[in-house]
Design a protein around this ligand. Sequence first.
Ligand code: NAI
Ligand code: MG
Length: 323
Amino acid sequence: MKIAVIPGDGIGKEVTEATIHILSALDLPLTYEFGEAGDECLKKEGSALPEDTLKLAKKSDAVLFGAVGESAADVIVKLRKELDLFANVRPVKCYPGIECIRKDIDLTIVRENTECLYSGIERYTDEGAEAVRVITRKACERICEFAFKIANEKVTAVHKANVLKKTDGLFREVFYEVAEGYPEIEAEDVYVDAMALYLITKPQDFDVLVTTNLYGDILSDEAAGLVGGLGLAPSANIGEKNSLFEPVHGSAPDIAGKGIANPTAMILSSVMMLRHLGFEREGDLVENALIEVLREGKVTPDLGGNLKTMEMAEEIRKYVLEA
Ligand code: NAI
Ligand code: MG
C-alpha cells in the first residue's frame, strides 16, 4: 500500500519526521512517498498545492499530512474537496499523564466537511454582506450513516433546528431516518448552544456527535481543550475512495525549528490511519507505546517535560520494537 506523506511547513515537518520514525519500526507492507505543499512550496514552485502532489494524494491508499502555514485554506480545503473527504473525524480522549477536565472522556466528533456555511457562497449586498448555508439531503445522509457505523452506544445530532428550521430541520430529519437503520444504537439530538455547555459539564455522557460543518469546527476545538489541547488532537478526513490523516494544529511558527513540537497529535493521526487501512494490531501497538511514554512523563515542554520531538519519538519507537 502507498502512503502519500505531505509534511508541509514549520512543525508539520518535525512531527512528520517523528511519526515516520515510529511507523518505520513496524513490519508493514507500506511504502511512503513524499509530496510538497504549503507556504515554502508556494515560494519555491509558485503553487501551494502542485499538481504532482495532488496526483500523488489521489493515487495513494492514504495521505499523512503534517501542517502548513498561511496557505492552509488553499491546501487543506482543496485536498478535502478534490478527494471528496466528506467526513472529518476527531476523537476526544483523555490519555494517562495528561491534565484533562475529566478522566473518563472518550467521544468522537463527526463533522460534515463539504458544505454548510463553508460552501464558499458569499457576496456583498447594499447593506453589507451575506453567506449562503447549503445543506443537502445527500450530505446529511452520508455523514449520519458514517456516524452510526462508528458508534458503539449512542449518536448525538447537534443542530439549531429551532431557529434554522429548513437547513438544520433537514439535517435533524435525515438523522432520525438514518437512525432507524441502527436500532441497537441510541439516537438523540441536542441544540448546539447546549452542546457547547455539555462538553464542559458532562462530556462523559457522549459517544459520537454528528454535526454540520461550522458547529463541528467550533465544538471540536472546544473539545480538544478538554483533554490537553492542540498538541494532542488528531483527526481523519474520510471519503468513499480516499482518506487523509492530520493533526488538528497548524505549523506553529512560534516554536518551529526548535525541535520541541509535541508529536502526539500526528502520531495519533497515524494510529487512525493504520486502523483505517485494516492494521488494527499495529494501531494498538503504537497507541499503547505512546501511552507508556505519556505515563512516564517522557514528553515535550508543552506537556511539562524536557524532551525534544525526536527524543520522544525515539522513546515510543523503543516500546514499539520491544512489543
Ligand atoms: P497552531 O496550531 O499552529 O498554533 C497554536 C499554538 O499552539 C501555538 O502557540 C503553538 O506553538 C501551539 N502548538 C500547536 N501545535 C503544537 C504542538 N504539536 N506542540 C506544541 N505546541 C503546539 O495555530 P496558529 O498559530 O493559529 O496558526 C499558525 C499557522 O498554522 C497559520 O499560518 C495557520 O494558517 C496554520 N494552520 C494550518 C493548519 C493545517 O495545516 N491544517 C491548521 C491550523 C492552522
Ligand atoms: Mg478549526
